[in-house]
Design a protein around this ligand. Structure first.
Ligand SMILES: [Zn+2]
Length: 449
């Protein structure tokens, strides 16, 4: 396929099962009194998910041994396969995606990648941005993603860049298939002047409720006054924040601690998403934990980007990295801080690989951060889109939600996210025909009934 001229997303299959039975749902998605099944080594009992009018009407445990019994309605049997709700891509950069292939040599590390990107920007016509971003949206959609947030570089002060308009149009076009949100990614110096900070926040907010204000907060550009202007401008414009914070291994990085303090001092009522926060891993432990204690008291969600951080932190040519840049995900979770994993850059100078597949990101996080029970405990980190919003749910539930499910027929809950290439995806209760990545073997795929 020529990805510069991608086809329109394919239509959904017409068949709509009345139920998905034999579904192994993750423990985090089930009520606390959900029964355990001794036959499954005391894992959560399999679920019967009843669907109606494109939504999930009811979720109930299957009686032990009943999964293979005949059904009275057209039901699709997952036979115990892991099942998740629609996936969330919490942090990516569709304006930059798929640019690496046309670049020359890129200097290793974050700052080298930024230089290469600035050079490539001369080629960013509307058509170029649209073609690359559409490819990314299609990949995300095929992976089973229902919600995606992309950052967009703002490099002309308060003036929105061309990519902002292109991606806003794409967000509108993809409505109903993929909820797309945009976050303005501006250098911190653009907020040094309070009036310009206000104008930037108003410009971003005027785009619509799918827009967020953001910035790049790093020791190399540290300006506490500008950061205060940024937070206050967002509060005045009524726009939530999504920031790149402390993407470095500098123990003295002050971004996250300052944002947590500003949120409290200004009484910020929106949601503040802080991505990366790698510097926590380089700080003395007591200092890092004190920062996380402050974060837990603020309306802050953390997003860990393990792929790019593994690639960019401690990156020196011809030298094996010693520090890995994974932030303190377990310590954050222990404090009740909402934490998501996301892809970040895809096939651009910041990250040569990537597929906009949250499950691939989850696999890398599992290995890099040594996560226990990734399916039952951690898979919420690629599903809880509400953690990006102002009022996250107290407890997630499938009942009443759109019938968006991702089924992993080759996997089991113990080994997940291994063997997850093949997927059956339900969208609003209907099978998505192109859910299976092209490289996967589909010869023995169970046919939707
Ligand atoms: Zn990013």
């Amino acid at each position: 396929m020529n990805w510069l001229n991608p086809p329109a997303p394919p239509p959904c299959d017409d068949s709509a099962p009345a139920a998905v039975r034999g579904a192994r749902l993750p423990a985090w998605l089930l009520p606390q009194d959900w029964p355990r099944d001794p036959a499954l080594r005391n894992a959560p009992a399999l679920a019967r998910i009843e669907l109606a009018d494109g939504r999930i009407a009811r979720v109930k445990p299957e009686p032990p041994g009943a999964v293979e019994a005949p059904d009275t309605v057209p039901a699709w049997n997952a036979h115990g396969a892991p099942v998740l709700p629609g996936l969330v891509e919490a942090h990516t950069h569709l304006d930059k995606a798929f640019t690496l292939g046309r670049m020359g040599t890129v200097r290793p590390g974050l700052l080298g990648a930024i230089d290469a990107l600035i050079e490539d920007r001369a080629r960013w016509t509307d058509a170029d941005i649209r073609a690359r971003a559409t490819r990314g949206l299609q990949w995300a959609w095929q992976a089973g993603t229902t919600h995606l947030r992309t950052h967009v570089d703002w490099f002309n002060g308060a003036m929105p860049p061309p990519a902002w308009g292109v991606l806003s149009a794409l967000a509108h076009e993809w409505r109903g298939r993929l909820g797309v949100e945009l976050a303005a990614l501006a250098p911190l110096r653009f907020f040094a002047d309070a009036a310009q900070a206000g104008e930037l926040a108003r410009q971003a907010a005027s785009t619509g409720p799918h827009a967020r204000l953001g910035g790049f907060v790093h020791t190399s550009n540290w300006d506490a006054g500008a950061l205060r202007h940024l937070v206050m401008a967002a509060a005045e414009a009524g726009i939530d924040l999504d920031l790149h914070v402390d993407e470095e291994l500098e123990p003295g990085a002050q971004g996250l601690a300052t944002i947590a303090r500003l949120a409290r001092e200004t009484g910020f009522t929106g949601r503040i998403v802080c991505g990366h926060v790698c510097a926590l891993a380089a700080m003395p432990e007591s200092q890092a934990l004190a920062v996380l204690d402050a974060v837990a008291r603020a309306p802050i969600t953390l997003v860990s980007l393990p792929v790019t951080n593994l690639l960019l932190q401690d990156a020196v040519t011809h030298r094996t990295p010693r520090q890995r840049g994974i932030t303190l995900v377990k310590e954050a979770r222990a404090r009740g801080i909402p934490l998501l994993f996301a892809s970040d850059n895809v096939q651009d100078p910041f990250c040569r690989t990537g597929s906009l597949d949250p499950v691939e990101t989850m696999a890398i996080a599992t290995w890099a951060a040594q996560l226990d029970a990734p399916f039952d405990t951690w898979s919420d980190s690629i599903c809880r889109g509400d953690w990006l919003q102002r009022q996250p749910a107290a407890r997630p539930t499938l009942e009443g939600a759109p019938a968006d499910l991702v089924i992993f027929p080759d996997a089991d809950a113990t080994g997940w996210p291994s063997r997850t290439a093949r997927r059956q995806v339900l969208r609003a209760g209907r099978w998505l025909q192109t859910a299976v990545p092209a490289a996967a073997d589909t010869a023995d795929a169970p046919a939707p009934a």
